[in-house]
Design a protein around this ligand. Structure first.
Ligand code: A2P
Length: 270
């Protein structure tokens, strides 16, 4: 009897009802952050801003974590932006993937950072820290975002400048994209800040909202529930503190079944 090939061996282990996709590219930004792109299963639909359960076989068992889909719904591939946690059950393995490797994905995406969960408005704020930029990477590449809002403000706060690179690359890509750059035009404003290094824009987004510096820097009025909408994605402490500030400004939280003036992603993995 012949020994099974590696791929046959692997194929027998893939759990039922789960997509097994092929890694196409991997880019490491820092020792804490990387992104990867993989094939998109035929017929896999999601709403821009949603997350999926991404996994790997670790030994005999699949290990999954929630990952926002960073690519827009029109993209033929799927993109994810990930933290590397040295002893993280998934990310300690995921950070080693290479093109050609297999990544698992559960079939049903979900999430609250979707345009349908917001009531109509003029200006959309996307507040993110660290890998919390991922769902917004999807939303800022979706033409529908610009059909619904006149102005889209993406804030991204990281510890240091190197961690901002994913966001800078994204905005550069949009501004040079064959059709997106016409749709987006001057509507997208990127507001990157860092907290642990010198940079043009410094400080936690919460402090910048409270002091009003965010609005002065952008040249926009302070938060107004009549026209402003918000989406928040970051660590649980950041979600809580930012939510409090939006509520103080008079905005009400919404959900898929009850659209509101801002939404939060609670399933985000840090
Ligand atoms: P800080 O450097 O002051 O902790 P992390 O990589 O640890 O997830 O942090 C990403 C960014 O989020 C950091 O710049 C961090 O600032 C900031 N941050 C952490 N906690 C909060 C919070 N409660 N509100 C706003 N920003 C926060």
């Amino acid at each position: 009897m012949n020994a099974p090939t590696t791929s046959q061996e692997f194929a027998t282990k893939i759990p039922d009802g789960v997509y097994a996709q092929t890694v196409l590219s991997v880019e490491h930004y820092t020792d804490r952050l990387f992104r990867f792109r993989m094939t998109r299963p035929d017929g896999f639909r999601f709403r821009t801003g949603e997350f999926a359960m991404i996994g790997l076989m670790v030994g005999e068992k699949p290990v999954y974590r929630a990952y926002s889909i960073a690519s827009p719904a029109w993209d033929e591939e799927l993109e994810f932006f990930s933290i590397k946690v040295p002893d993280g059950p998934l990310t300690s393995h995921l950070q080693a993937i290479k093109p050609g490797d297999t990544v698992l994905m559960r079939k049903k995406p979900t999430g609250t950072l979707v345009l349908d969960a917001l009531t109509p408005g003029k200006r959309l704020y996307m507040f993110s820290t660290g890998t919390g930029i991922a769902p917004f990477a999807s939303l800022i590449r979706d033409p529908e975002t610009y059909e619904k809002f006149d102005e889209v403000i993406l804030t991204h706060t990281c510890r240091d400048v190197a961690e901002l690179k994913y966001g800078f690359d994204l905005v550069h890509e949009i501004n040079h994209h064959e059709f997106l750059h016409e749709i987006v035009g001057a509507k997208l404003k990127h507001y990157p800040t860092v907290t642990r290094e010198d940079f043009e824009f410094k400080g936690r987004i919460t402090d910048l909202i409270e002091s009003g510096k965010l609005f002065t820097d952008l040249g926009v009025p302070k938060l107004d529930p009549a026209v402003d909408r918000g989406m928040i994605c970051g660590s649980s402490a950041m979600l809580k503190d930012t939510k409090e500030l939006l509520e103080k400004a008079g905005l009400t939280e919404g959900a898929n079944n009850k659209p509101g003036e801002f939404v939060i992603e609670r399933a985000f993995v840090g």
